[in-house]
Design a protein around this ligand. Structure first.
Ligand SMILES: Cc1ncc(C[n+]2csc(CCOP(=O)(O)OP(=O)(O)O)c2C)c(N)n1
Length: 286
């Protein structure tokens, strides 16, 4: 059995107290629990502080463009479905510039896990207001307070056809690792949002603030994560933030539908260009 430290490539250089440390710890623990071979795991990150994670993790990694973690992760997974693919984005990366990819990935249901580190600011670029910053939030980009409603990423995910929705907290890496593990075991697109404080730029949504405002659905034995209406109801209440496994639905993944029983990954196909054939096609359009 592998251990957490087997996935620790190098010490992170995030700011002291950054929520990303909790995500890193939880993810290593989940990888160890699943006994993943580092060579079989690919972590695709967006641009932002969260995007450093693949540099610290002992696995394959791809630091994509801002908002483009999901297209790259989808391409990797579809060309070689035997790989475990995990995407990591910030709230800006996922819910702002990458929002189109977010919605379509959910309804497409490719078998990847997507961790969204929600610190409610654009941290790397020095703390601008993000889509999850609350109305009234004051930052360098909204000095008079944000006049926009904040976006509820998990409600949007549910409406977009999500088959797995969970929410964890950087301050609780034990629960978070079990959610990431469940997400990675899920057959289909698994969204794990993580409330993850930025201790430098966001002085409102601190560890203490989150602790005060969250409650754990995993502690409620009457809660059924298969009930979509209940999940919607829980996610509607933004004053009391639900944590844990929020929604799961069993349905075929995109790969199941497209590849069926095909055993060989696309990556092993001969993809060299057949020039005479290509020229013949081109002739038709001259
Ligand atoms: C196309 C493009 N637009 C803007 C930027 C500048 N930029 C870099 S990171 C970032 C926001 C990061 O916020 P988030 O995704 O929430 O990640 P965090 O740093 O909070 O982890 C922005 C706007 C960029 N790199 N590329």
């Amino acid at each position: 059995m592998r251990k957490d430290k087997d996935y620790h490539l190098t010490d992170p250089t995030w700011c002291a107290g950054c929520g990303n440390y909790g995500i890193f710890a939880a993810f290593k623990k989940a990888a160890a629990a699943l006994d993943l071979e580092p060579e079989q795991l690919v972590i695709v990150t967006g641009i932002g502080c969260h995007g450093r994670l693949n540099n610290y993790f002992n696995s394959y990694g791809f630091h994509a463009l801002h908002g483009r973690a999901l297209p790259v992760a989808s391409g990797i997974k579809l060309s070689n479905p035997s790989l475990s693919v995990v995407g990591i984005s910030g709230d800006g990366d996922a819910y702002s510039i990458g929002l189109g990819h977010f919605i379509h990935s959910l309804r497409r249901n490719i078998n990847i896990t997507y961790v969204v580190a929600d610190n409610r600011v654009y941290a790397l670029t020095q703390g601008q207001t993000s889509p999850t910053s609350e109305m009234g939030y004051v930052s360098v980009s909204t000095p008079y307070g944000s006049k926009e409603l904040n976006l509820n990423g998990l409600q949007l995910a549910l409406a977009s056809g999500a088959s797995f929705i969970a929410r964890g907290f950087s301050g609780n890496p034990t629960q978070l690792s079990s959610l990431i593990e469940k997400g990675m075991k899920h057959k289909g697109f698994a969204l794990v949002e993580v409330l993850s404080p930025c201790v430098i730029h966001n002085k409102i949504n601190t560890y203490q603030w989150f602790r005060k405002n969250i409650y754990n659905l995993d502690d409620d034995s009457n809660y059924d994560p298969g009930d979509k209406i209940k999940a919607w109801e829980k996610l509607s209440n933004e004053k009391k933030i639900p944590m844990g496994l929020i929604y799961v639905e069993k349905r075929p993944s995109y790969e199941d539908l497209v590849f069926g029983k095909r055993a060989e990954p696309i990556v092993s196909d001969d993809l060299s260009v057949d020039v005479p054939r290509l020229e013949k096609i081109m002739e038709k359009f001259k």
